[in-house]
Design a protein around this ligand. Structure first.
Ligand code: TYM
Length: 348
């Protein structure tokens, strides 16, 4: 955005350089409503106002050891779904993380300056230790370092993500600042988690327990590619209780989750209608779920249709990925060249 200031007859124009935005999604399966409302919806809006880099985090997905065929299929699927959801390759740089080896180089440098204690304290690492004790690999431990490299390689300041990534962003700032301090420079700016509304979003799952996620078990997540029949079935199976017994009573988690979902996919009037019914103890959960299912179908139908179209055009996908890789590497190579100089590597 440019602002003009007139002083007598001289017009001075100040240019505000476009801020840089980076975000990514792991290639671990189809994208769900959590990915869409927590991240992608913001990507689509931001691409009109910022210098945006959106990537497919295939290196991050290696922590779970996918087969080559699964890895390839998942990367392609995320690319299709990015485009179907409205990320425009003319406006944003869309790329596959492993196409930009400079990210891995910066990850190595940042690792020298990331400490075991702080990495072990990361909530997501502790969760993985608990849920997959047989596969606590070093990639999981240093996952937030790779994330920091992804972000600061383009010197991004805004990172559109869901609530679950907040701590990772805090760690990214720590690693960026530590690099700056070590080399007595202000080279890397501080990146912050971003959402257009005031708060970062957490979309709940349908199992009544916690957030919607790819690995939270069958029936927890509604995928953007799910057919209307599958959506109806999943929503009708969502966990509920036996209903409120006193007026205006607090909603238990599983019910609050359904209302939270309704808040993002349904019209405000619809939300209010069911909220009033709940508060007056007249709610019928079957009706609520039916409405929620139909509203999810309406919200996701245009994306689902585009997923089908784009899937049939492999040459377009190849073109988008190649073009994105060139643009992302240009930016990343510039940073790595300067980082190498700052660290003290010299060409002889
Ligand atoms: P991932 O693949 O788990 O999720 C991708 C994005 O979707 C958001 N998200 C949610 N938001 C709200 N409610 C939910 N239930 C929900 N589930 C997922 C996540 O917050 C995220 O924004 N580490 C990242 C990928 C990554 C990255 C990065 C992100 C790698 N490098 C650099 C930003 C910048 C991850 O695992 O996201």
């Amino acid at each position: 955005m440019n602002t003009s200031v007139f002083t007598k007859n001289i017009k001075i124009t100040y240019f505000r350089p476009m801020e840089t935005v980076v975000s990514g999604i792991r290639s671990t399966g189809n994208l769900h409503l959590g990915n869409y409302y927590g991240a992608i919806q913001n990507f689509v809006k931001m691409q009109h106002e910022y210098n945006c880099y959106f990537f497919i985090a295939d290196l991050h997905s290696l922590t779970t050891h996918p087969t080559p065929a699964d890895l390839h299929g998942n990367v392609k699927q995320v690319l299709i779904e990015y485009l179907a959801a409205g990320i425009d390759p003319e406006k944003s740089t869309i790329y596959v993380q492993s196409d930009v080896p400079e990210v891995a180089e910066l990850y190595l440098y940042l690792n020298m300056n990331a400490y075991l204690g702080e990495l072990e304290r990361s909530t997501s690492f502790k969760d993985k230790v608990r849920t997959q004790p047989d596969n606590v690999n070093a990639g999981l431990l240093t996952y937030p370092v790779l994330m920091a490299a992804d972000i600061i390689i383009h010197k991004a300041v805004k990172v559109p993500v869901g609530k679950d990534q907040e701590q990772h962003l805090e760690m990214s700032r720590t690693f960026a600042n530590r690099f700056n301090r070590l080399y007595n420079t202000e080279y890397f700016p501080e990146p912050y988690a971003f959402n257009f509304s005031e708060n970062l979003v957490k979309i709940p799952g349908l199992d009544g327990k916690g957030k919607m996620g790819k690995s939270e078990g069958e029936g927890n997540a509604v995928y953007l590619s799910d057919s209307p029949e599958v959506i109806r079935k999943k929503v009708m199976k969502a966990v509920t209780d036996s209903g409120p017994t006193t007026e205006n009573q607090e909603k238990p988690d599983e019910i609050q989750n359904l209302f939270d979902l309704m808040k993002v996919v349904s019209a405000p009037d619809t939300y209010k209608h069911f909220d009033d019914l709940y508060n007056s103890c007249q709610i019928r959960y079957g009706d609520l779920k039916k409405q929620l299912g139909e509203d999810i179908i309406v919200a996701t139908s245009p994306i689902r249709d585009r997923i089908k179209d784009i899937s049939t055009d492999p040459s377009y996908l190849r073109q988008v990925a190649r073009h994105g890789a060139i643009k992302a590497r240009e930016s990343a190579a510039r940073t790595i060249k300067e980082v190498r100089e700052i660290i003290g590597f010299r060409n002889f």
